[in-house]
Ligand binder design. Sequence first.
Ligand code: ZN
Ligand code: ZN
Length: 313
Amino acid sequence: MTEDNWFTWNEPHPLDASLRAHDFEVFADYHTHTVYSRNHGKGTIEDNLLAAREKGLTELAITDHGPAALGIGIREVKTLEVIKARTTHYNRLFADIRLLAGVEANVVSIDGRLDVPRSALKELDIRVAGLHYQIMPASVSDGFDIILNNLVLSKLSRRMRRRARLVNTKAIVEAVNHYNIDIVSHPGLKLDIDTHELARAAARRGTALEISAGHPYMTVDFIRIGLKEGVKFSIDSDAHKPANVGRLESGIRLAERAGVGAADLINARPLRARPLRAREAGPGERPDARVALAEELAPEPDQTRKNPRVRRS
Ligand SMILES: [Zn+2]
Ligand SMILES: [Zn+2]
C-alpha cells in the first residue's frame, strides 16, 4: 500500500446524517455480531469495523452470542480471548474508531445466571446480556421456565402468560443485580417482561436498557417507562451482517418521540454543544463561523438560570 493510499484509507468519515436526531447524535453501536456467532453473524470483525467507520461512528462493540446460544453462540468461552486480541490489533491500526470487545451473554437460569463466567466478563470492554429462548438452560427446570413456558405454555392460558412474565422478569433482574452488565439487549423481545421492574433495577445498578433498531417490536411506551425510572439507554443495531452496523435510524426516531435526550443515552452526545468546542475546528473553516455559531447557540438569559449546565463559552 502506498503512503497516499494509506492516508485515503485512514481518512475519518463524517458522521452519517441518519445518526443525527434533533438534539443529539449517536457515535457508537454497542451491539453487533460477527462470524463468531456461528451460523448467525455474516461479517468478520474487520467487516463490521469498516462498516462502522463508513458511518462515521467512533466506537463499535463486537458482542457475539454467548456459548449457551444453541448453534449460534461462540464455540467456547475462550473464543472471547481471540475476539479481544483481534480488537486490540485493530485498535492499534485505526486512530479514528475504538473497537470494544464484548459479548451478548445469555441468561440461562431463573436466578439470573449468565453463560459466561465472571472472570471472562471482567476481561471484556463491554458486557451485553439478554433473554433468549434458543439456549442450553442451566437445568431442566430452568429449561421449563425459560423455554417451554415462553414458547408453548404462555400461548395456552392467561395464567401461564402471567407466570412467564414473572419468571422472565425475575431472571433478567437477578442477572442485572448479580453481574456488572452494561446493557440489557432488546428487553421484552419474544420473552415478555415487566419493564417497570427491570428499569428500576437497571437504574439502580447503572445498567442501560437497549433501544433496539434491529427489531421492530419496540414502543415509545417502553422508553417512557424507562425514562420515568431514571434508566439510561443505548441505541444499537443488533446487526448480524455488516450492512446493518450503525443502522440506527428507527431507534433514534423512537427515542426522539419518547423525549429521550443525549443525557439519557450512553452512546450519544448533545448536538447543539458541538460547534462550540475549539478542538473540533476543521481546516478551511471561515474565521467568523465560530463566532456566528456561538451567537446562534447562546442561550437566552432566563434559560441560563433554569439550566446551569448551559454556558456561553
Ligand atoms: Zn439477542
Ligand atoms: Zn444480538
